[in-house]
Design a protein around this ligand. Structure first.
Ligand SMILES: Cc1cc2nc3c(=O)[nH]c(=O)nc-3n(C[C@H](O)[C@H](O)[C@H](O)COP(=O)(O)O)c2cc1C
Length: 192
């Protein structure tokens, strides 16, 4: 049997979406070897959505390997061809801004850069309250970049949070399937 492709699974600090994201990570184990990567903040912050150590433990159990949490951990991703496809889920406004400007000072942003050395696909699952304001230019920028694909998203609570967007994490598997073939899953914007 052919070995599974390796999915680099990058997690950033949108803590309220960890639960649905980790559920998808678990489901994707049947298709991919998963290489988990956390941003410094995702790996360190205890919040009202749980303790950092518990999140790391859970993901290490799902993936059967240690989470990559440092710049030195992720630097070999490109040179050693450690990933076939990579996702950032959830992707914060902060990480979107860094990716759009080639800033690589976190394990997640450096993992993306290292992975892209091999011209392989990167999938972004946004979750940020300023997606339709401050982060809009960064989302637009990345949607215009080669090798970038987006998990379809929708506004969440447009009355309470009029500039917020969140990816439909249940579409992650399908988005990865299309991205691996060089295509963007459509429609990109989903109904509420
Ligand atoms: C409880 C909590 C929830 C947060 N939720 C979000 C979020 O959903 N989206 C977002 O863009 N930032 C969110 N943030 C802010 C980010 O964690 C912060 O901007 C951080 O610098 C992100 O770093 P990273 O992108 O390297 O993980 C949240 C912060 C906290 C403490």
């Amino acid at each position: 049997m052919a070995s599974k492709p390796t999915l680099g699974f990058c997690v950033t600090g949108s803590f309220c979406t960890f639960e649905p994201v980790f559920q998808q990570m678990e489901a994707l184990r049947d298709t991919y070897e998963i290489l988990p990567i956390f941003s410094f903040n995702a790996a360190a912050l205890d919040t009202r959505f749980g303790k950092a150590a518990d999140h790391l433990k859970r993901v290490e159990e799902i993936c059967g390997r240690k989470v990559l949490c440092t710049l030195a951990d992720v630097e070999p991703i490109g040179p050693k061809k450690m990933t076939d496809i990579l996702v950032v889920a959830p992707c914060t406004g902060n990480t979107l801004a860094k990716l759009a400007n080639s800033i690589t000072d976190t394990p997640v942003t450096l993992a993306v850069k290292s992975h892209l050395r091999g011209k392989k696909p990167v999938v972004i699952a946004v979750s940020t309250n300023d997606a339709l304001s401050g982060s809009a230019k960064n989302i637009g920028h990345l949607q215009n970049f080669k090798h970038f694909y987006f998990v379809p998203y929708r506004q969440d609570q447009p009355d309470a949070k009029p500039t917020s967007l969140v990816a439909d994490f249940t579409l992650l598997r399908e988005t990865l399937y299309f991205a691996a073939r060089g295509e963007q899953l459509q429609p990109m914007v989903r109904k509420i």
